[in-house]
Design a protein around this ligand. Structure first.
Ligand SMILES: O=C(O)c1ccccc1NCC(=O)[C@H](O)[C@H](O)COP(=O)(O)O
Length: 270
């Protein structure tokens, strides 16, 4: 069978982490993590935002494997300020370089430019990356269930907790949802994009949302672009959204963010 993009990303990411460890041992990274600015509560900020509106995790994303270059005029600090002014509750910053043209320093720049909690958006396999995330200032990490074993997911979650960070669990099918439901993290991300084929459909949130345990907060991820999309997802119990491309393509990011979040759905859940 041919490798999927996720297989390819995992292969180079493990090589990258091995090289990073050789260049800077874990003890050095841990020392930096202990000196990092205090954690900003990520899940709490999202929960608070959902009480009278939507919780937006606004993504700083320059390029992607499915779309290539998304935004040429790319200044992480300016984007962080625009998202904050537009009403985002949290930021997500891609730190992967080969596939997303991201950078670790983009996270540092974005977080320094605002007061929002920040997700390190990367492909995580090793506690080293979690400590590194904290050293960069991250407040939350991503755990992609399709790409890790149960034991790895548990180890990543435990390490995030030890550093005081939250973890966003990401699932795309029922089997992944069942595995993620056994973890403690509150944030259950339903990725509308199949990371193996790139097919993106909001049916994924519509279908999986009904099986998400009640104590979890549903985060609908990918392929969202209009207020109607958000209202649609809210009818299925998702009031938190992770959005990158559609906002990154706007010239006026602040206004686009504000318009997207205006008039949140207040009715009941299906
Ligand atoms: O975005 C991709 O093409 C992609 C490909 C392979 C693995 C991950 C990928 N994206 C990561 C994400 O989950 C999205 O950046 C995030 O959910 C925002 O999605 P969107 O609003 O569609 O940019």
């Amino acid at each position: 069978m041919t490798d999927t993009i996720l297989d390819k990303i995992k292969a180079y990411k493990l090589e990258e982490v091995a090289a990073d460890k050789a260049a800077r041992p874990m003890a050095d990274i841990e020392a930096d993590a202990r000196d990092a600015p205090p954690v900003r509560p990520f899940a709490d900020a999202l929960h608070h935002a959902t009480l009278d509106g939507y919780g937006l995790i606004a993504e700083i994303k320059k390029a992607s494997p499915s779309k290539g270059l998304i935004r040429e005029d790319f200044d992480p600090a300016a984007l962080a300020r625009a998202y904050t002014a537009g009403g985002a509750a949290c930021l997500s910053v891609l730190t992967d370089t080969p596939s997303f043209q991201g950078a670790k320093d983009y996270l540092v720049q974005a977080r320094a430019a605002c007061d929002l909690p920040v997700l390190r958006k990367d492909f995580m396999y090793d506690p080293y990356q979690v400590a590194e995330a904290r050293a960069l200032g991250a407040d939350c990490i991503l755990i992609i269930m399709a790409s890790v074993s149960d034991a790895q997911a548990q180890e990543l979650e435990d390490t995030a907790t030890e550093w005081g960070m939250d973890a966003l669990l990401e699932v795309h099918d029922k089997a992944e949802l069942d595995r993620a439901s056994r973890l403690k993290s509150r944030l259950m991300g339903i990725n509308n994009r199949n990371l193996k084929t790139f097919e993106t459909t909001l049916d994924t949130t519509r279908e999986l949302s009904r099986d998400v345990p009640e104590d979890k907060l549903i985060v609908s991820e990918s392929g969202l672009s209009t207020p109607e999309d958000l209202a649609d997802m809210a009818r299925y119990g998702a009031r938190i959204f992770l959005i990158g491309e559609s906002l990154m393509r706007q010239q006026d990011v602040e206004t686009a963010t504000r318009q997207l979040l205006a008039n949140p759905m207040t009715g009941g859940v299906m």
